[in-house]
Design a protein around this ligand. Structure first.
Ligand code: 13P
Length: 250
């Protein structure tokens, strides 16, 4: 059976002192969690968070990285830099980066490869826009993203990739996909992974749902056949609320 992985994406929120206070409050609430717990935090919080989660079951991720190792890329942070301070996960291709920072499937693919070259585990985001869903194109948009984003990876790399299905219309809007719709799309993604990399890989790969996940809908979403946990934005900013999502099965 696949494990459940629940990640918080703080986005551009939390100063270091707030991050430290959060971890102090959050740690005891999730210490017995059966799910794997990850906090994906701003660059400026990474080091503080890594120091403060030592000896706990909480893992730390970044929210983006550049695909080059180093060089004249003012303002960018490389996979090598993340790895050097002990970061374990990195979100790649979040829809906000695709939308506001011109990320493409090509750059997402390069970043995933660079993440693996630095022994970071990527959380790769895919998902359709509202107009694409309304035009009946949701499945083709998402399966194309999966194909292009994962192109050229080895089977082992895909097995340790986390895919997050985040329909863009459900992000930060309070509108959640129904558990049935989300589970169906995740089944479609798994089928696509099976066609591209084999059914053994598809059986193992973790596929999360993201988009207005809260403590009130987490259990319904995470107990479906194919949803292996969640990527949580707004509701991950409060330790109490996020701990209820992590402990959805209690
Ligand atoms: P919300 O949970 O705030 O809808 O955000 C989802 C998301 O974008 C997580 O990456």
């Amino acid at each position: 059976m696949r494990r459940k992985v629940i990640a918080g994406n703080w986005k551009m929120n939390m100063l270091p002192n707030e991050a430290i206070e959060y971890i102090e409050a959050f740690t005891p609430l999730v210490k017995d969690s059966k799910a794997e717990v990850i906090l994906c935090v701003p660059y400026t919080d990474l080091f503080y968070c890594l120091m403060n989660v030592q000896g706990t079951n909480i893992k730390i991720g970044a929210q983006n990285m550049h695909f080059e190792e180093k060089g004249a890329y003012t303002g960018e942070v490389s996979g090598q830099m993340l790895k050097s301070i002990g970061v374990e996960y990195v979100i790649i291709g979040h829809s906000e980066r695709r939308q506001y920072f011109n990320e493409t499937d090509e750059s997402v693919n390069k970043k995933i490869k660079a993440a693996f070259a630095n022994e970071l585990k990527p959380i790769v985001c895919v998902g359709e826009k509202l107009e694409e869903r309304e035009a009946g194109k949701a499945e083709s948009v998402v399966t194309t993203q999966v194909k292009l984003d994962l192109e050229g990876l080895t089977k082992d790399q895909v097995k340790s990739t986390i895919i997050a299905y985040e329909p863009i219309w459900a992000i930060g809007t309070g509108k959640t996909a129904t558990s049935e719709d989300a589970n169906n799309m995740i089944k479609t993604i798994r089928k696509q992974v099976a066609e591209l990399f084999g059914s053994d890989v598809a059986e193992e790969v973790i596929i999360q749902y993201g988009g207005s996940v809260k403590s009130s809908n987490a259990k319904e979403l995470f107990t479906t056949s194919d949803i292996d946990g969640g990527l949580v934005g707004g509701a991950s900013l409060k330790p109490d609320e996020f701990s209820k999502i992590v402990n959805y099965n209690d």
